[in-house]
Structure formats: C-alpha cells, structure tokens
Design a protein around this ligand. Sequence first.
Ligand SMILES: C[S@@+](CC[C@H](N)C(=O)[O-])C[C@H]1O[C@@H](n2cnc3c(N)ncnc32)[C@H](O)[C@@H]1O
Length: 126
Amino acid sequence: MTWKVADVRDEPRLTGRFDAIITPFVMDCFDQAEGARVVTYLEKHAAPDAWWLHADFHLPLRGWERARAKAILWLMYTVFRWVVSLPASQLSPIDRHLQSAGFVRQAQELICGKLVRSDLWYRSSQ
Ligand SMILES: C[S@@+](CC[C@H](N)C(=O)[O-])C[C@H]1O[C@@H](n2cnc3c(N)ncnc32)[C@H](O)[C@@H]1O
C-alpha cells in the first residue's frame, strides 16, 4: 500500500484507478467551485465500477433541525475561517457533481438531528 499526502486541489499525481473513494468531512472545506474541481479530479481516478463513501455536515430542508444546523454551521465556519483561514464559508453539497459523474446513491444515513449525513454512491460500467 502507498500513502500519499498532498493538497488535493493541486491534483496530486495519482496512478491507477481506485475501486473506492472515501471523503469523510473533507469536502466541507471547499467552496462550490473548488468542490466541483476536486470531485471532477478524483472521479477521473475512480474505476469504471467504483464506490464513493461520502460523509459530511448537512443542512436539513426544514423544521427545527434546519434552524439548529444553521446556527451550528454558522458557528463552525466562522471559527474555522478565522482559525485556519478555511476558504469555504458554507456547505457546498457534492451530490450533483457525483451524479454528473455517473454515480447513483445506494444508501443514506442521517444522524445527530440530521446534522451529519453519510451517502454511499456507486458507479457501474454496465
Ligand atoms: C475535519 S478534518 C476530517 C478528518 C478525517 N477525515 C475525519 O473524518 O476525522 C478535514 C480533513 O480534510 C483535509 N483537507 C482539507 N483541505 C484539504 C486539501 N486541500 N487537500 C487535502 N486534504 C485536505 C484536512 O487535512 C483534514 O484531514
């Protein structure tokens, strides 16, 4: 196994195609444009039949969960932008980028009052 540490925005030179990609709490670091570029780059290195496990914070569509998540996300982004100069200021969901790349959601789990979402995506060459 080879471990590579790199800034994914710099498109680290990867060789081969990967059967699975996991992005736990990574994509929330990027704004919409950067997130799209990162997904497009990673997707090129996914095998024709590939899994993509994505977990991230989530803004529910309605209800008290939405109001609570809005407050928590605002606080998180404010702190992280200040402490580590995070480029993103809000969540930029990657669903449509994955769909454009041919991935289909197979399962979804929402936890912590719908604040955290995990999605399992699969792309089939068939
Ligand atoms: C909130 S942490 C999540 C860490 C871990 N995946 C987890 O679930 O506990 C965000 C991670 O995204 C990584 N990250 C942020 N921007 C990145 C970038 N441009 N290239 C590569 N990794 C990045 C950070 O190094 C950090 O490990």
